[in-house]
Design a protein around this ligand. Sequence first.
Ligand SMILES: NC(=O)C1=CN([C@@H]2O[C@H](COP(=O)(O)OP(=O)(O)OC[C@H]3O[C@@H](n4cnc5c(N)ncnc54)[C@H](OP(=O)(O)O)[C@@H]3O)[C@@H](O)[C@H]2O)C=CC1
Ligand SMILES: Nc1nc(=O)c2c([nH]1)NC[C@@H]1CN(c3ccc(C(=O)N[C@@H](CCC(=O)O)C(=O)O)cc3)C=[N+]21
Ligand SMILES: [Mg+2]
Length: 359
Amino acid sequence: MRIIAIMKSIEQRMAAAWRNKYIIRRALSTQILMSPQSLVSLDFPENWTPTPDSLRPPTLNCSGAQDAVTIDGKLIAEDIRSTVATEVKRMKEAIGKVPGLAVILVGQRRDSQTYVRNKIKACEEVGIKSLFHELPEDCPQDAVVSAVSSFSEDPSIHGILVQLPLPQHLDEVKILNALRLEKDVDGFHPMNMGNLAMRGREPLFIPCAPKGCIELLIRSGVEIMGKNAVVIGRSNVVGLPIALLLQRHHATVSVVHVLTDNPEEITSEADIVVAAAGVPNLVRSNWLKPGAVVIDVGTCPVEDPSSEYGYRLVGDVCYEEAVKVASAITPVPGGVGPMTIAMLLTNTLDSAKRAYQFV
Ligand SMILES: NC(=O)C1=CN([C@@H]2O[C@H](COP(=O)(O)OP(=O)(O)OC[C@H]3O[C@@H](n4cnc5c(N)ncnc54)[C@H](OP(=O)(O)O)[C@@H]3O)[C@@H](O)[C@H]2O)C=CC1
Ligand SMILES: Nc1nc(=O)c2c([nH]1)NC[C@@H]1CN(c3ccc(C(=O)N[C@@H](CCC(=O)O)C(=O)O)cc3)C=[N+]21
Ligand SMILES: [Mg+2]
């Protein structure tokens, strides 16, 4: 009996030692897992100046007595954009080429028009060439497919983005199939998603908003490894890839959706909450564990005659309540949105570097 007990205890200790070694090895290989070109960087860039807020690392399990730190996505995105600008300049000087992005917008959605405008403006600022192709709401399927196909053939274009959602009558799958894998800067191609999901494989591109969320967490000093993360939403473009990315960073991930029983109960167990449901103010204070880190991806346009374009953006998280409970939170606007655009720029730059074999 005694010998068995001793054997058991040695076995347990060995298992624990192995587990710790495994975790450390994993941490060290995170950079490889993510690959340098698929993430901007896991370290702070040299020219990054921390804000007073970001100097105060969000502490998990705090009492909630203090208001949450605001994670400034706009500031972090600006920093990434300036790094991209430097790289584009270096590329232009060395080989006389610049990255090119094609943006296809079908229809008249006001919010889509704003996002597309922001994307094109961001390209201009960093020296990426952008081509904007606008099509009417009622345009035939063939017209969209042929626009995608012609950009797929154009060697000066390294990224193609078809702004979603498309009008009802269009077949999203067929249209995105016309998009060359090497130019899928949105990361929506099944081959990119499959490689993101599988261990030991690397996608060519990681979807922009999910990649932006992870960058925000890393650059704010939030540890992901070993933490409970809850993703609200499971769409192909946001919820699913975020859940996959969090797993790559060794979080324990739950995904909550419309058919989930007691979503608030599950979410209130989370150290990290990523809300991507598209439901304004869905996440209330009772959904959150004190000290949780909250990333709000939701951008829901609501009528507001007093604002510039007749609407304003509302997040999935009730900010006023969450700020009292969480340890860190992203605002809407000024959180994930600007990061999504910054990641689009880095994906386009990476794609051009790959095309010209420029390091
Ligand atoms: N900031 C940014 O850069 C970006 C913001 N967005 C925003 O993110 C939000 C989500 O986008 P997207 O994924 O495309 O939206 P979808 O409508 O495609 O997906 C929404 C997901 O949320 C789930 N969901 C909806 N309502 C609830 C609820 N009450 N409780 C729990 N889960 C719910 C749905 O569940 P089910 O699957 O069961 O239907 C679905 O999986 C939108 O507001 C969008 O505008 C998107 C991209 C980038
Ligand atoms: N193929 C495709 N790729 C996308 O990446 C994609 C898409 N379709 N369809 C819609 C969603 C939404 N999305 C946003 C991008 C920028 C902001 C953004 O810049 N937001 C700013 C404010 C915007 C404003 O000026 O109103 C902010 O949150 O601070 C928001 C949301 C990308 N999406
Ligand atoms: Mg949708």
